[in-house]
Design a protein around this ligand. Structure first.
Ligand code: BTN
Length: 252
């Protein structure tokens, strides 16, 4: 079970995670975070569960997380970014989580556009960013599903071949409370230093100048990933022409 005091003792942020709502079990922490927003909330609140049974994934898919072994949480916060820059929030989340993992556990990881975290070609973490416009700001819920202490038998079906955890990669059992404190520290840092997000994302990119496959409508297209533009969109070369894409995730 996640120990709140153990987490709070390590937390060094100004506001991120200073308010933590813990549920032993819930449908979806993203949904809980939006409920929090509709009632009374503090900027930077985190909702965390040890057992999520209806996790929301990208493109309407279901997100599976194992009981008690993962970090399954959502962060509710406000930003004042222009609409065209909201795509940067996906990149910011991935950079913050990857940096938190490296600092806390020593494990290096790579990023798949826009915000999957990969180790040894397997997915370590999935991130779902949801936004709503309020008067002069945007309200953001960033949902993070990070595999931490899972063993091989904890992954079912297709996940056996496609997922991994920090414990599987490092051989060490990880203190989830300390890891979360590090992730939130970097999350707050990158929100205050947005200009560092794109260079850091580029540095961690798993597929720079590589052949990639991506969804476009119902089709799967092949191209070469060239770079990001200033808004965090992907520049992909297909048939000798470089085009800008947003909203489609990459299948390596
Ligand atoms: C993906 O499909 O890669 C994104 C998965 C995001 C899952 C997380 S787990 C915590 C939060 N609550 C949800 O319902 N989804 C996100």
């Amino acid at each position: 079970m996640f120990m709140i005091k153990r987490f709070q003792d390590k937390l060094t942020t100004k506001y991120m995670g200073q308010e933590l709502k813990y549920f032993q079990m819930t449908e979806s922490t993203n949904q809980d975070a939006w409920h929090l927003y509709e009632n009374d909330y503090i900027n930077g609140s985190v909702v965390l569960t040890d057992r999520q049974y209806k996790g929301r994934g990208r493109h309407g898919s279901h997100w599976f997380s194992t009981k008690d072994t993962s970090l399954t949480f959502s962060i509710l916060y406000e930003v004042t970014l222009p609409m065209e820059k909201l795509g940067l929030l996906a990149l910011l989340s991935a950079v913050s989580v990857a940096t938190g993992i490296r600092v806390s556990t020593g494990l290096g990881s790579a990023l798949k556009w826009p915000n999957d975290i990969i180790v040894n070609h397997r997915k370590l973490c999935g991130i779902l960013v949801e936004t709503r416009r309020a008067k002069d700001k945007t309200i953001v819920v960033t949902g993070i599903g990070l595999n931490v202490n899972e063993r091989e038998i904890d992954f079912e079906g297709d996940l056996k071949a496609t997922a991994t955890s920090i414990k599987l990669e490092t051989g060490n059992k990880i203190i989830r409370e300390h890891l979360l404190a590090q992730i939130l520290y970097h999350f707050e840092y990158y929100l205050e230093n947005m200009r560092q997000v794109i260079p850091q994302w580029r540095f961690l990119c798993a597929h720079k100048n590589q052949k990639i496959f991506f969804h476009q409508g119902k089709n799967i297209i092949e191209g070469v990933f060239i770079d990001l533009d200033e808004f965090g969109h992907a520049l992909i070369e297909t048939n000798g022409k470089v085009e800008t894409y947003s909203g489609n995730s990459i299948i390596l």
